[in-house]
Design a protein around this ligand. Structure first.
Ligand code: BG6
Length: 369
């Protein structure tokens, strides 16, 4: 059932074009309007929402962090992302006007379930984004948007992550459509751009030999840092998490802008740093700032591994390794830039001879608090 791959993880990384494609399927009507049939919360309630709180753990929380950038941009609704286990222990402000989005691949994570129960007790409406039909979190939520990634077997999440981002984006676009704000016109364009993503993921998978080789070559790395900015920041954290989970290497994801406020002290000769470049459609200044981050760390001896958009040659002079992903609008870039980071972690862990499907000490779903 590994479909000819060496591990479920490798298979699931290769399932990602379908995971995104299936999650997008059948979500718009003939006139291009987004229809989310499963979303059974009264439209008047969705129109009156004044805050969104995304609750999740692990990789799912990083999907939430990516989604925040898009939801706030399209909907102009203040959106917070919080780890489920932190949320209910700090007396959070949640009420009838709060829409909680609970993201869980398994639908069984106890921390997220308890947070959902707490939020509903405070009067919030809860939409679950979930990959497992009929699991507990969707059953206890007011509505559910299923991701259609197919069963995810490997403990470390890959295809569910991309499907969660896709589903959260659909939710954001739907709210924007419903609330009729100025970003309404963008919706059709974004849906078209989203529909082009599966083929772009496939192109990354088809051209992965170089990043696999780099992962294998780095088998002796003791620590790898990841930098990203804007939506690239949660992508950097997810890339670091994959490496921790699979290869048991110390890895941290940082916001690139934070570098000078602390993490740059970690840079010494030979320190590998993976940099997720903003797409060139990001405001120019953002792109230029990350280019200068790459220069700064390189000058201090870092070995820079850069994930950039095709055609972006700006960092070639400062990078030991550059890996290109197809161009996309900024907000959609995480659906692409994450993929080489997954392949890198898989290759490095495989070179170490580790069981990538069942990393030590981890469970696929944690059903205790
Ligand atoms: C962890 C898994 O325990 O739970 C992670 O090992 C996962 O891969 C996290 O991201 C959250 O799980 P879920 O099912 O709630 O998305």
């Amino acid at each position: 059932e590994k479909g000819g791959f060496d591990s479920f993880m490798e298979k699931e990384i290769h399932d990602q074009p379908d995971a995104v494609g299936q999650t997008l399927l059948g979500r718009s009507d003939v006139s291009g309007n987004l229809v989310l049939d499963e979303l059974r919360i009264d439209e008047s309630i969705l129109r009156s929402v004044d805050k969104i709180v995304v609750l999740a753990c692990g990789t799912s929380a990083y999907a939430g962090q990516v989604a925040k950038y898009a939801i706030e941009h399209w909907c102009r609704i203040p959106t917070e992302v919080e780890l489920s286990h932190e949320f209910r222990y700090r007396d959070p402000i949640v009420n009838e006007k709060t829409l909680v989005v609970a993201i869980s691949q398994s639908g069984e994570t106890m921390d997220t379930l308890m947070a959902v129960r707490y939020a509903r007790e405070q009067g919030a409406k809860v939409v679950a984004i979930c990959n497992t039909n009929g699991s507990t979190i969707p059953r206890e939520s007011d509505a559910v948007l299923y991701t259609h990634a197919g069963p995810e077997i490997a403990v470390a999440s890959t295809k569910a992550f991309l499907a969660q981002i896709t589903a959260a984006y659909l939710l954001g676009l739907y709210l924007a459509q419903l609330r009729g704000n100025k970003y309404r016109d963008e919706i059709a364009d974004v849906l078209t751009d989203l529909s082009a993503i599966p083929a772009k993921i496939q192109a990354i998978l088809d051209d992965a030999d170089k990043i696999k080789q780099l992962g294998a070559d780095m088998v002796n790395a003791k620590s790898v840092l990841f930098l990203g900015r804007h939506v690239g920041f949660p992508v950097a954290m997810e890339g670091a998490l994959k490496l921790k989970e699979l290869a048991y290497i110390h890895a941290e994801g940082f916001a690139a802008g934070e570098l000078k406020h602390g993490p740059i002290a970690l840079i010494e000769e030979g320190q590998p740093v993976v940099v997720v470049m903003p797409s060139s459609s990001a405001r120019d200044s953002l792109h230029a700032k990350v280019v200068s981050n790459v220069q700064e760390i390189r000058a201090r001896g870092a070995v820079t591994i850069v994930i950039a958009e095709e055609g972006d040659t700006s960092v070639e002079a400062y990078s030991e390794h550059v890996f290109y992903v197809p161009a996309s609008p900024t907000l959609l870039a995480p659906l692409l830039t994450t993929v080489p980071l997954q392949i890198f972690a898989l290759a490095l862990a495989s070179a170490k001879g580790y069981d990538v499907d069942q990393p030590r000490n981890l469970a696929k779903s944690v059903t205790v608090e």
